[in-house]
Ligand binder design. Sequence first.
Ligand SMILES: Nc1nc2c(ncn2[C@@H]2O[C@H](COP(=O)(O)OP(=O)(O)OP(=O)(O)O)[C@@H](O)[C@H]2O)c(=O)[nH]1
Length: 268
Amino acid sequence: MLFGQVVMGPAGCGKSTYCYSLQQRALDSARNVLVINLDPAAENYSYSAYADIKELVSVEQVEEELCLGPNGALVYCMEYLLENFEWLEEILGGLLDNDYVIFDCPGQIELYTHYSFMKDFTVAVKHLGFQLCGVYLLDSQVLSDPSKYLGGCLSALSTMLQLEIPHVNVLSKMDLVKGNTSDDDDLEDEEDSLICPDMTQLLEALSVTAPQMFYRLNQALSQLLEDYSLTQFIPLNIQEPESISFVFSQIDQAIQYGEDAEVRDVLP
Ligand SMILES: Nc1nc2c(ncn2[C@@H]2O[C@H](COP(=O)(O)OP(=O)(O)OP(=O)(O)O)[C@@H](O)[C@H]2O)c(=O)[nH]1
């Protein structure tokens, strides 16, 4: 059985940096982390890529040859990848059991929330014998803006429902959050180590900033998210090796849970 992560989230949330950190962290573990870039517009990333979609197709090339704008070209590239899936199949075909694959995805979240591409992609990869986990990154800076936080939770939810694979939410760039310190004692208690803002406080803050007519809607949305633990995020501070290990362990658990779970298990 091979394992992999599908790393998603809005542009600039830290996906490529996260992939690089996983690769670095894995240097002293039994896992051999291989990162595959799936963003046909990516210009540079710090990790060493095992494969890159641009070897197959790039946004630049499609824009030029088909006279498409950047978004149309991106969608075309992703569909092209699916139509030519044997390219990836060949790359993944030679992997060994301790190889652990990370797919670094584009930052256009409509690819996960509006199109079926990512769903079809994960189905195809699973057919090759992979257990996948969806990893949705959100920049920790959203914590200072309740409406952005709520919006981020909803886009993570939408992604989770589209992909139908085990899923975790990760709050990136925690080194930028003031007063954020994690020590080994904290990490021993997993529940305490997860970030889960108080929804009552969030609602109060929203009632100040959002128009009154949205109050009941915001109340219902935050209740729904809280009931399903969808406001829970794994904090990621890439400067702390134990934080990266913690993310890894939470993803292992999510994959294990996904293997065991039936639909009734996720009902509140
Ligand atoms: N302080 C801090 N900065 C970070 C962290 N992760 C990423 N950044 C910075 O945030 C910016 C965007 O990071 P990327 O890793 O390229 O983000 P991305 O999600 O891959 O971006 P797209 O490819 O555009 O979707 C870069 O300037 C990074 O240096 C982090 O954990 N801490």
